[in-house]
Ligand binder design. Structure first.
Ligand SMILES: Nc1ncnc2c1ncn2[C@@H]1O[C@H](COP(=O)(O)OP(=O)(O)OP(=O)(O)O)[C@@H](O)[C@H]1O
Ligand SMILES: [Mg+2]
Length: 276
């Protein structure tokens, strides 16, 4: 927590509110405050209490496509949130904003009270290290072994050789792939590649995992295996944001489900269902 506070301590108001969710009763307080969201003071305070907060975000791409249309959304630490919606609903765009791969045309996105798109390059790099990404197409480096793929991600976040040698086998065991450590990605099945991608995302112990349609290319058995691993990671305290088209996935996770349609949040259900 000290580490987190250090990153944002220059925002004095943020630093004060940032400590609040970690004390008893604060989660209840978050909920109560959200009720008052329509009042401007409520809006100001909730964005300092949630881990991630989208504040009236709109994204219009240069070709005038409105990908996100006035979305306000708060995500608390340790939540497992599934974002569903048809192709083109804006799910990926929403996720990309968290790592500043896309910028809002209007509104703002906050991570622990700091406006993501106003962070310096150095602060942004720090934030990116706290967010692990898992993509539908795995994005492994083809000419590197599984060991090297994960080592590469660790080195990028400043881990030394000793840490790499200790942690890579360990994290591969967690996803049941210890025996594939010296294989190349093309020698693995789709489900195995995705498990490597998850291992790579969690090895740096991020606070948030963004899994953007991670099961899109997988059969039902591998899909449920990936969801099970994400749930396990979440139980260990990591916030998970999962996007999917797959109704079966939503029924399996049984957590909060946010439904998007044409760039808007049309449903936000604590124990959600996919009803599009
Ligand atoms: N770089 C871009 N330039 C222009 N339009 C874009 C760009 N990226 C996405 N879009 C458009 O923005 C809208 C939202 O796209 P986005 O990728 O966020 O949807 P999605 O919900 O993730 O869809 P899918 O389920 O197919 O992955 C779509 O209409 C898409 O065509
Ligand atoms: Mg997408």
């Amino acid at each position: 927590m000290c580490k987190r506070l250090r990153l944002f301590h220059k925002f004095s108001l943020g630093a004060i509110f940032h400590t609040v969710p970690y004390i008893a009763g604060a989660q209840t307080m978050c909920k109560r405050l959200r009720l008052f969201h329509k009042f401007s003071l409520g809006a100001i305070i909730t964005k300092y209490l949630d881990m991630i907060y989208y504040d009236k975000v709109t994204k219009v791409y240069p070709d005038k496509t409105v990908a996100i249309d006035g979305v306000s959304l708060g995500i608390e630490p340790k939540e497992f949130v599934t974002i569903v919606g048809q192709s083109g609903a804006g799910k990926t765009t929403l996720m990309k904003m968290l790592i500043a791969e896309e910028w809002p045309s209007d509104g703002a996105v906050y991570f622990e009270s700091a406006n993501i798109h106003r962070l310096s390059k150095r602060q942004m790099n720090k934030l990116r290290r706290r967010i692990g990404m898992v993509f539908q197409d795995y994005r492994l480096i083809p000419n590197k072994t599984i060991y090297e793929n994960i080592a590469f991600a660790m080195e990028a976040t400043g881990r030394n050789d000793r840490e790499v040698a200790a942690d890579v086998p360990h994290v591969l065991e967690l996803v049941d792939l210890g025996h594939k450590i010296w294989n190349f990605p093309h020698e693995l099945s789709g489900g195995e590649r995705q498990r490597v991608a998850i291992a790579r995302a969690i090895v740096t112990q991020p606070d948030v995992i963004i899994a953007d349609e991670p099961t899109g290319n997988l059969d039902p058995t591998n899909t449920y295996e990936i969801i099970r691993i994400l749930q396990k990671i979440n139980e260990l305290g990591t916030t998970v944001l999962l996007t999917t088209h797959n109704k079966g996935v939503v029924d399996t996770v049984k957590g909060r489900v946010i439904t998007m349609d044409k760039g808007k949040v049309v449903k936000d259900d604590k124990n959600g269902k996919y009803i599009l």
